[in-house]
Ligand binder design. Sequence first.
Ligand code: AKB
Length: 320
Amino acid sequence: MEKILVTGSVGQIGSELTLELRKRYGNKNVVAGIRKTQPTGELKESGPYEVVDATKIDKITDVVKKYNIDTIYHLAAMLSAVAEKNPQAGWNVGVNALYNILEVAREFNCAVFFPSSIGAFGPTTPLDNTPQDTIQRPTTMYGVTKVAGELLCDYYFKRFGVDTKGVRYPGIISNVTLPGGGTTDYAVEIYYEAVKHKKFTCPLARGTFLDMMYMPDTIDAAIDLMEADPSKLKHRNAFNVTAMSFDPEILADEIKKHIPDFVMEYDVDTMKQAIAESWPNSMDDSAAREEWGWDPKYDLAAMTEDMLKVIGEKHAKGLI
Ligand code: AKB
């Protein structure tokens, strides 16, 4: 990895991953790919950025040639609830854009990181301790695109030797950039509302268990896998990775340890609830642990302490 392109670099994961990659590989060696939203602050100041709409293959080709890119982290995506409202756009962004990235990677010999998701599973998957290799019959467009993406990445490796790697991310919790339109977004919003109003209305029902992960582990997962010794990898793509599993009550109870008068109410969003119920309660990530040493650092308690500290400081400065 010497010259890197990150698509979706202003998104929830991309905005933090791009900066970490710049720290590790040098500012000028990491190009932030944007679509419409302009980068701001450190992301804008610290290194190059280019408009890369991944649904347009010519634009990807131009940027890969201009910077001699050898590695692409393809993070441009549409999350589950948004893709479900506009499935045609969900397919275009989820599959056609990935196909373009893989074609450019094949032609210019780039490695590719592709983030799949717990959304690649469905109601007929064993939902407790979900195995690495199991039934995948998702019932959302997001899930359909993630399964297609996993298969495309496997295919490009086997057929053309493209160095594809990827993980199945759970819900991602962070305090820099908000996620946009996912089913697991409540687990981010709850911290902001707890700090600002000591109150949160939860769109998922009590007892809805989902896998989750804090951003520092999310970034380590992507970079560690891309740097992993390929001879040890049996899977390459779509590794289950998780750091914790909880339902809204457990999360609220953890927040109450810091904000005792925090109150949670429920107003269940039927579409998000149906999606969440079709996803695993908890995944088995032993293949990632065995094949490339996956070992998350944050559990629910450590993450909650850090989230409330950082968001509390932003609130005190009037930034949120
Ligand atoms: C979503 O909720 O859509 C995402 C995901 C789990 O892939 N956070």
